[in-house]
Design a protein around this ligand. Structure first.
Ligand code: NAP
Length: 466
């Protein structure tokens, strides 16, 4: 068996580990081991690639690997869960940028060696540069919007879609010219690089910060395609497979978010939905019309302590307040009193898919207590208290009946069907979508105002003493 066969068999093992790893990401219970399996697959792929290239330039690779691993592990540990979308965004961008750099360096290598660029190689180089460039600059804009380094509001201008279409057409036309007629034209290649970067900026700037998680997921998919294109450029099978897996899973995730919000991808990309205020997370001052009923922590604690069943509905505010540990403590206290406790997790609660699952898992909430929207919605009518912890849009009944609401059609958690509703938030301000929530003035609703962590801690004390 020659080395190339051994290398390809090892790549097959890597690919299988990636797929098993992805499969295990489906549940919080197996997600860690899934990540670990995929990491083993990646380690095998890196070692075999190094062997295949006879450890060429290994010193540079070692330095790059160490610096990258340090930055990656330090930032992954330091990042706040609420800032996770922008971290994923910027790392995606670097992935796309790396793929573009691979394509660019292959173009320069062919040029330096005076080799003829075959059509296949040329197409891969142009596509890798285009997709990688768009991913890099688009992700930087997404990062800047979420990090409040620029306005989160959709920035639109006249003829914007036409301009973007013209940019795509120009890049493809120049790419075709380069590949088929003038393979050594550096200026044309540089223009392709520049226009690809511009396209990333002009495509993402018009999208509101509220939709950035979807954009980041889509750019994640692009970064996978860019990596696959880079795999064709350097003729590396595992890069093609890994890139395709990222491309496909990014698309699936994008679709899950769009379905969760009941919006089309076209509406997200071209709808210019949202305002800067909404991005910052409920800065508006509106309130649905009706009577707001406050409840004290003392009274709410008593209601919970004597309930038969309680469903906790976590949302973005729980992440902001870092209230997950206190919530787990409260559920322990209630369970000890014989209360049936469940958690209802909406697919787009928080700011990224799985946001709530990760937080609750961090607080050691048993996985069996977590229920997805479809599995729990039928249970609300038989529930004594639904406790909404920093969730807003995902429990807004307007989504069911108000055709004028931007949330109309979005599937929601039917908390208004519970016997009693207790909502924990700091004010009457709206959530991510910037719309008022009639749930807060529902006759069954009691508002417990304050930071979610403080409020839940008070509820723990009250429920313990009841
Ligand atoms: P939300 O609608 O954004 O509402 C969060 C609520 O938390 C706010 O109303 C805020 O009210 C409250 N809050 C903030 N800080 C708090 C604190 N320290 N203590 C207590 N409450 C606090 O959240 P959601 O119901 O989770 O909905 C998620 C939204 O994000 C949806 O519109 C969804 O479409 C969108 N989105 C999600 C994803 C995803 O993948 N998860 C992707 C794209 C878009 P106060 O300011 O009054 O406290």
């Amino acid at each position: 068996m020659n080395f190339s066969t051994v290398a390809n068999l090892s790549y097959l093992v890597s690919a299988a580990l990636f797929i098993f790893g992805l499969k295990r990401l489906q549940s919080p219970a197996t997600a860690r081991s899934g990540n670990f399996l995929a990491a083993i697959g990646m380690t095998i792929a890196i070692i075999v690639t190094l062997l295949e290239t006879n450890f060429a330039n290994w010193q540079m690779i070692l330095v790059g690997g160490i610096v990258g691993a340090l930055i990656g592990s330090v930032s992954a540990r330091a990042v706040q869960m609420t800032a996770m979308p922008q971290m994923v965004g910027i790392f995606n961008g670097f992935g796309g940028g790396a793929s573009a750099l691979v394509a660019i360096s292959e173009f320069l290598r062919l040029l330096r060696h005076g080799d003829v660029m075959t059509n296949d190689a040329g197409i891969s180089i142009v596509l890798g540069t285009l997709i990688g460039g768009v991913t890099f600059s688009g992700s930087m804009i997404a990062f800047a919007k979420l990090q409040n380094l620029m306005t989160g509001a959709p920035v639109t201008w006249p003829l914007q879609k036409i301009l973007n279409s013209l940019l795509v057409a120009a890049i493809l036309a120049l790419g075709a010219y380069l590949v088929f007629f003038d393979q050594t034209n550096v200026l044309v290649f540089l223009v392709i690089v520049g226009l690809s970067l511009v396209l990333g900026v002009t495509s993402v700037t018009p999208i509101g910060g509220a939709d950035m998680p979807v954009v980041i997921s889509l750019l994640n998919s692009y970064s996978g395609l860019a990596a696959a294109a880079a795999g064709f450029v350097v003729d590396n099978n595992v890069l093609i497979i890994a890139g395709s897996l990222v491309g496909a899973s990014g698309l699936i995730l994008t679709n899950i978010m769009c379905v969760g919000m009941n919006r089309s991808l076209a509406n997200v990309l071209f709808g210019a939905v949202g305002t800067a205020d909404v991005v910052a997370g409920s800065v508006g001052a509106g309130a649905a019309e009706g009577i707001v009923r406050d409840v004290s922590a003392e009274e709410a604690g008593m209601i919970l302590a004597y309930a038969n069943s309680v469903i906790f509905v976590p949302g973005y505010g729980m992440a902001v307040a870092q209230a997950q540990h206190a919530v787990r403590e409260l559920s322990d206290v209630l369970k000890e009193r014989g209360v049936d406790v469940k958690y209802a997790v909406h697919p787009v609660a928080g700011r990224m898919p799985g946001h709530m699952n990760v937080l609750l898992a961090e607080a050691n909430v048993p996985y069996d207590d977590l229920y997805s929207m479809d599995d729990i919605n039928h249970a609300f009518p038989n529930t004594t208290v639904a406790v909404v912890i920093g969730a807003n849009d995902v429990v807004n009944p307007a989504a069911r009946h108000d055709t004028t609401s931007p949330l109309y059609g979005m599937p929601i958690l039917n908390v208004d069907e519970a016997e009693h509703i207790i909502v924990l938030k700091r004010s009457m301000r709206p959530g991510f979508a910037g719309v008022d929530n009639e749930l807060f003035v529902h006759p069954k609703t009691m508002m417990l105002f304050g930071d979610a962590k403080d409020s839940v801690q008070k509820l723990v004390t009250e429920a313990k003493g009841a």
